[in-house]
Design a protein around this ligand. Structure first.
Ligand code: ACM
Ligand code: ZN
Length: 533
């Protein structure tokens, strides 16, 4: 008889993850053996680091089944441990340094956020699958992001998504090293944020009586549709994101894309309505009346509650796709134009400049409350102060022009950063999408800083973000399909210096990232891994 002994399962880490670290330098030493008895140390009394430690332990358990305990420590002996440490001498606020020797694994950052990104890199280095031991090759691994603004956007208006879905979206962002969630909460098709002072916004504006099928077809499904987030739920989501070093930037789009609010409070429009929460897609002529003081009061009241809910320095106030035909015909809007002495210029109508005035009022109010505004690039067409940050969506040129005028800019050009667009030109077996063709490769190759932007203007490009509008996205697996694996390509351009980018190398690293998607049960576009489009 031969005794049967179980063979220990051993796997081996690979630090070449997505986004690629800036440096991976081997150290002459034996591997570190990560096993169930390995402890995760963190500085005693530091709540952020305690949470970081708990998350690392959870990630390792998710991927390998190994359950590591965490331990607060005051000083030094970290033999056999993964040790999370703050190092104020590090230069990048969000950078990390992982030092692996046979004795220990030290994950250091200048901030707890930097440590978190080191944790993400370590997590992605570990192969997915049950194991008894993971061998971590001795090395120093460093990384720091190219851009401070690394965003994803999510439209929860055109279709409404549960708190759990939004949290999973945040989890996906964290895996990709992203730090800003632009949350689109109000539009023509619904109002999704509870505002205590105006309860009809969600009671009435939160619901539509039916939705067109497909791309504005003549068929309406006739099914009442809607929902909204209570303030309690919003606080919970904001906290959940903050725990993952993600700031949520809420968007309240104005003066256009406001039909849901107008349905609830028709007196805020130029004609007084009646209005109906819209079941079609696109741009409507009905917008807020800029001639009524009541409209500005409403906007400020809403923003008062938004400010209370979102600690973000930035509030997004939209400003896109705002036709001014109602303003042309509205006696109150025309009176406002007259009273303010607004005149048309060669490039701008009086009504365009009225939008500039309206936006400036809102900007002033938010500035007085310690906030800054972001608006879509249409704001560049209506005399807005250069302290407004511009989101460049109608291509990258408006962003470059904004930077030349002294605006900070976030790059979200439709081509290639609208992730509601198709990922291929062969669309017949794809879920319905807006149109377009933003392949993985196009996303990867996007360069947010125009080559001819002068050196002294380059710092205005704060970063890049992909947008996910949900007219045709009805469920969570479809959101995930649209963003995965394109988020991996976006993460790499947000983190890497351009000279480090290499698409073929990225494609070779991508399958291990996808192993993690699969492990968590996230839907992704598998074809993007094997063929170009
Ligand atoms: C936008 O896509 N209307 C900003
Ligand atoms: Zn008006």
């Amino acid at each position: 008889m031969v005794a049967v002994t179980a063979v220990a399962q051993v796997s081996r880490a690979d630090y070449r993850v997505v986004p690629l670290p800036d440096g991976i330098n081997g150290i002459k030493d034996n591997d570190f053996k990560l096993k169930e008895s390995t402890l995760v140390d963190y500085p005693a009394g530091n709540r952020d680091m305690e949470r970081n430690a708990a998350m690392l332990s959870q990630y390792i358990e998710d991927l390998t089944g190994l359950h590591l305990s965490t331990r607060p420590v005051n000083t030094g002996n970290n033999y056999g441990c993964i040790s999370l440490q703050l190092d104020p001498k590090m230069t990048s606020d969000e950078g990390y340094r992982i030092t692996v020797t046979s004795r220990s694994v030290i994950i250091a950052g200048k901030t707890a956020a930097g440590v978190f990104y080191g944790i993400q890199t370590l997590r992605k280095s570990i192969p997915v699958g049950k194991t008894d031991q993971v061998l971590l090759p001795a090395a120093q691994v460093v990384g720091s992001p190219r851009f401070g603004y690394r965003g994803m956007h999510l439209d929860c208006v055109r279709h409404f998504f549960s708190v759990e879905t939004v949290k999973r979206y945040i989890d996906i962002m964290a895996l990709h090293g992203m730090n800003r969630l632009h949350w689109h909460l109000t539009d023509d098709q619904g109002w999704r944020i509870e505002i205590k002072k105006y309860p009809r916004l969600t009671e009435v504006g939160g619901w539509r009586n039916g939705t067109t099928l497909g791309h504005n077809s003549p068929v309406n499904d006739g099914i009442r549709y809607g929902g909204f987030y209570t303030q309690e739920e919003i606080r919970d989501i904001v906290r959940y994101a903050a725990d993952r070093y993600i700031t949520i930037i809420p968007e309240v789009d104005m003066p256009g894309h406001m039909v849901a609010a107008l349905t609830a409070y028709p007196q805020l429009g130029c004609t007084g309505g009646p209005y109906e929460v819209w079941g079609m897609w696109g741009v409507t002529d009905d917008i807020l009346c800029a001639g009524k003081d009541e409209t500005l009061r409403f906007v400020k009241d809403v923003l008062d509650e938004v400010i209370e809910l979102f600690p973000s320095q930035y509030i997004h106030i939209g400003g896109d796709e705002s036709p001014r035909v109602r303003w042309q015909e509205c006696p109150l809007c025309q009176r406002r134009i007259k009273d303010l002495g607004i005149t048309a210029s060669a490039k701008q109508s009086a009504e365009a400049r009225l939008q500039g005035w309206f936006t400036s009022q809102v900007q002033l109010y938010l500035t007085q409350h310690g906030k800054r505004i972001i608006g879509w690039d249409e704001l560049l067409d209506c005399d807005i102060d250069s302290t407004a940050t511009i989101m460049s969506w109608r291509g990258a040129d408006p962003g470059a022009q904004g930077a030349m005028k002294g605006h900070d800019v976030i790059m979200t050009p439709v081509d290639p950063l609208y992730f509601d667009y198709y990922q291929t030109d062969k669309t017949w077996n794809e879920p319905i999408a807006f149109g377009g063709c933003n392949t993985l490769r196009k996303v990867y190759d996007f360069e947010p800083v125009a080559a001819d932007l002068p050196a002294d203007k380059r710092q205005h490009i704060l970063g890049a973000q992909a947008n996910v509008w949900t007219e045709y996205i009805t469920c969570e697996p479809q959101i995930q399909y649209q963003v995965l694996p394109r988020m991996a390509a976006l993460a790499e351009l947000q983190w890497l210096q351009p000279e480090m980018k290499d698409y073929q190398d990225f494609k070779a690293r991508l399958p291990r990232m996808v192993d993690i998607y699969k492990h968590y049960g996230w839907t992704y576009r598998a074809k993007s891994l094997i063929i170009e489009n």
